[in-house]
Design a protein around this ligand. Sequence first.
Ligand SMILES: C[S@@+](CC[C@H](N)C(=O)[O-])C[C@H]1O[C@@H](n2cnc3c(N)ncnc32)[C@H](O)[C@@H]1O
Length: 292
Amino acid sequence: MEKKSEFNGVVLQLLKEIEKENPKFKEFLIKKYKGLPCYPKLEEAVYNYGITHSKIFAVTTSNPGTSLLTEFLYEGKPQSFPLDRYFLNCKGGKAIKSRLITIEKKLPFIIEEYLKKKKKIVIGNLGSGPGRDIIDVLAKYYRNTDKIKAINIDRDKTSLDRGKRLAQIKGVAHLIEFVHANFLRYKPKEKFDIALLIGVLCPLNVPTCIKYLKRIKKLLKRGGCVIVSNTTRRMLEEDPFTCFLMKWGANWELVYKDEKDLKYIFEKAGYKWKEHFYEPYRFHIMGVGCTK
Ligand SMILES: C[S@@+](CC[C@H](N)C(=O)[O-])C[C@H]1O[C@@H](n2cnc3c(N)ncnc32)[C@H](O)[C@@H]1O
């Protein structure tokens, strides 16, 4: 009987394409993935090949938490270089887009809950990147309302400038403020009814997540809620090669968390745990907690 490969089809395709460039590169990736010793000269050659050819490898190695990666995956434009195509086609990459779609479906329900109680609400998007989730939801459902104000906060100014352009293109610039700041030091003029913290906690350990959520509590109104996302262990189990690439290339290691971990983080930070939901790959869990 033929031995089943330990690599899935997307990885095998990547390895096949890389082999065409240089068979030693393929050999290196397999050895490194398996934890076998590798020559530094070959490692450097493969690393250099990655950063000089792949847009996404280059931006991610220089800043693993950059929204350039998430935006690249959201846009999903066809790519000519194997490693860029790989990131678009691997489960880990697809799950990021699926997280965006899931949040964009869920958010209007949470907004409606608050609009039942209040005439006007404020939404804070912490570590927003361009803030595509808020922009899409406002453009789809609330373009002509004056009942919602959103604030996208990020310490990366270029991602906010991008968000401003997206908001203009989608006709919702009048509803969104863009703030260039560290959200941990942000002092809001108006506190938030709803806050989003998406794609931010994943590399942070539990005590740091508790500190973040305690700080964020100060930005929320009484009864306000925060929706946070985190990567689950399923990503490591079902897409170990992407996890390996991120760790090797960008030193990007995630602290996988499950429902129990998120509930613990929320409760330790002084929130009331409300609910959780997943995107369809279940590589990302979203937890919702409210201030008491
Ligand atoms: C992976 S991106 C996710 C962007 C967006 N939330 C999304 O879901 O597509 C993480 C973003 O969080 C921002 N970020 C992380 N920590 C931050 C902090 N303390 N203050 C402001 N921005 C922060 C980064 O600059 C980056 O743009």
